[in-house]
Write a protein that binds this ligand. Structure first.
Ligand code: F6P
Length: 558
């Protein structure tokens, strides 16, 4: 009697069931017990959870995982077909099913000397052709042979784009062109639709020597179109030269829509094209990165692509249990789906990486912030966590208190840079070297405190030092030997492939963003109302919004 009821109650073995049971078991232990002090077994565990590719090191030893967890997670990945889907991605199959497109951002960084996977060849040759055009433009600028409409040499570039047409290039520029001596030319980024970033630039820059880059995959995004039109009006008025001439001389277009660029008045020679099989948030490697190349030079831009390519090869060729993107994806999915941690902090310990959290917010949340599967069914569990963060050392003085002693469980990626090129600044070399060590020490200390809480304090001292640090905040450390183009390329590609693997685990399409569209339609409708040009297509305005529109109207009349 008991045995038949018992067997009825036994769950069928699936990787998911096994992971759910295992999660219950592991959650009963503290992270500190799991990490296990400094015994030989603990040392062995830490070694087994550390992985290096070139100058990039990934340490998963402060995650709530055991060897069994990893083996169950890898079984799960196998059962979801991660390897066959990885092959399909690189072979240019239409993995973006809703838009019936491939997702071949890897083609944009495939080097000329390496044979591409079968199916990617045409994409690689298209990208190389565009890269040659980009190189020629960059060289023309660096050789002082790019003249504005009034005949003066270009000194400044204003890159206008938003989302994937802004966040990646901006993040790389900040990280690698942190000092004027690192830049061939000044580059400024404008994304916000309100003109707030554009206005001070229009006051400060010389219109005769400023080149605009209009970066927009769709060439329809209102934010970018409005900013560009304002900037062109500024150039035209200040130089007293008509807009079409300014467009011909001082505007580069980067888009997947060459016809629209031509219609806008951008000559073919100043157009850079990428195809719709590269998603906006994966487009940093395409001519969308032209401003980075202009600022840093082709050698650095190519090194960025080489680092990303090294990660592509690693991802494509390495078994899942040693594969950095796959492991990061599995651990991330483990945290949010099985341990119920719905929020993930990105904490760079280097001010030059201040825009990394924003970049990853788009990459991860716009890709996997979905709850309908590829087969149309609803997902019944958590998918992408909320990604957020800030420069770690500054955040220590802002929100870390809650992370150490508040009620929320979070997971985190600490991103550290092991060494800095302090020799380049001989006068303050020693002072900067000390600051570098201080930063690294803070990063390692916080990672330790997140994981261990009060257990980070030796037992003998605990009486008067323990403060009720909660610990049990699992975290990874990503460490770059130095912050250079190669390492940054590898780091960003690591996250891109992580996102892809998670989409396979959750059976989502990471390459579309249908949720963004309705907001744009509603905004157009409200824009019509605000500008007094209502039309029949206008959408519903609820009482709350009507009331706000009335308030705006009242204030405008005062
Ligand atoms: O609004 C979201 C989005 O569609 C992103 O996916 C994209 O990166 C951004 O807008 C900008 O789009 P575009 O490059 O077409 O101007």
């Amino acid at each position: 009697m008991y045995s038949s009821a018992h067997s009825l109650m036994q769950r069928v073995y699936t990787p998911l069931n096994a992971l759910e049971e295992h999660a219950e078991h592991l959650q009963a232990q503290s992270l500190s017990d799991l990490i296990g002090g400094d015994s030989a077994a603990a040392v062995q565990r830490s070694n087994n959870l550390a992985f290096t590719l070139g100058s990039l090191h990934l340490d998963l030893s402060k995650q709530r995982i055991s060897p069994k967890t990893l083996s169950l997670l890898v079984d799960w990945a196998h059962s979801c077909g991660v390897e066959s889907k990885r092959k399909a991605l690189f072979a240019g199959e239409k993995v973006n099913t809703s838009e019936r497109r491939s997702a071949l951002h890897m083609a944009a960084r495939w080097p000329a000397h390496a044979t591409p996977p079968k199916g990617m060849e045409a994409a690689v040759s298209f990208c190389q052709h565009q890269r040659a055009r980009l190189t020629a433009m960059v060289e023309r600028l660096h050789q002082g042979e790019w003249f504005g409409a009034s005949g003066q040499k270009i000194t400044d570039v204003v890159h206008i784009g938003v989302g994937g047409s802004d966040l990646g290039p901006k993040m790389i520029s900040e990280a690698l062109a942190d000092r004027p001596s690192h830049a061939y030319i000044n580059v400024h980024y404008v994304s916000s639709m309100d003109g707030a970033q554009l206005l001070p630039l229009m006051e400060r820059l010389d219109p005769a020597t400023t080149l605009l880059v209009l970066a927009s995959k769709s060439f329809t995004t209102a934010d970018t179109q409005f900013n560009v039109r304002t900037a062109l009006t500024w150039l035209s008025d200040a130089l007293e030269i008509d807009v079409p001439t300014v467009c011909r001389c001082q505007l580069i277009g980067v888009s997947s829509k060459p016809d629209k660029m031509t219609e806008f008045g951008i000559p073919d020679a100043h157009q850079l094209v990428f195809k719709d099989w590269i998603g906006g948030r994966f487009s940093l490697w395409t001519p969308i990165g032209v401003s980075v190349a202009m600022q840093l030079g082709m050698a650095s831009f190519n090194a960025l692509l080489d680092g990303a390519h090294a990660m592509d090869r690693h991802f494509l060729e390495t078994p899942l249990d040693e594969n950095l993107p796959a492991l990061m994806a599995l651990v991330g999915a483990w945290n949010c789906q099985f341990l119920g941690i719905s929020t993930h902090a990105v904490l760079p310990y280097d001010g030059r990486l201040k825009s990394l959290p924003a970049y990853l917010q788009q990459l991860e949340m716009e890709s996997n912030g979905k709850s309908v599967c590829l087969d149309g069914r609803s997902v019944t569990h958590a998918t992408c966590p909320i990604i957020w963060g800030d420069v770690g050392p500054n955040a220590q003085h802002a929100f870390y208190q809650l992370l150490h002693q508040g009620g929320h469980t979070i997971s985190a990626d600490f991103v550290a840079v092991a060494g800095r090129d302090v020799d380049a600044v001989p006068d303050v070399r020693d002072a900067l070297a000390a600051q570098e060590q201080l930063t690294l020490a803070n990063c390692l200390a916080q990672a330790q405190l997140f994981a261990l809480g009060d257990d980070a304090i030796p037992k003998a001292l605990r009486g008067h030092m323990a403060q009720g640090y909660r610990g049990n905040q699992p975290n990874s450390l990503l460490m770059l030997k130095q912050l250079d183009a190669w390492g940054l390329g590898a780091l960003v590609a690591l996250y891109e492939h992580k996102v892809f693997v998670q989409s396979v685990l959750w059976n989502l399409n990471p390459f579309d963003q249908p949720g963004v569209e309705l907001g744009k339609k509603l905004a157009t409708s409200l824009f019509n109302t605000l500008t007094g040009s209502d039309n029949e297509q206008d959408l519903v305005k609820d009482a709350s919004t009507q009331q706000l529109l009335r308030k705006v109207g009242e204030w405008r009349q005062q």
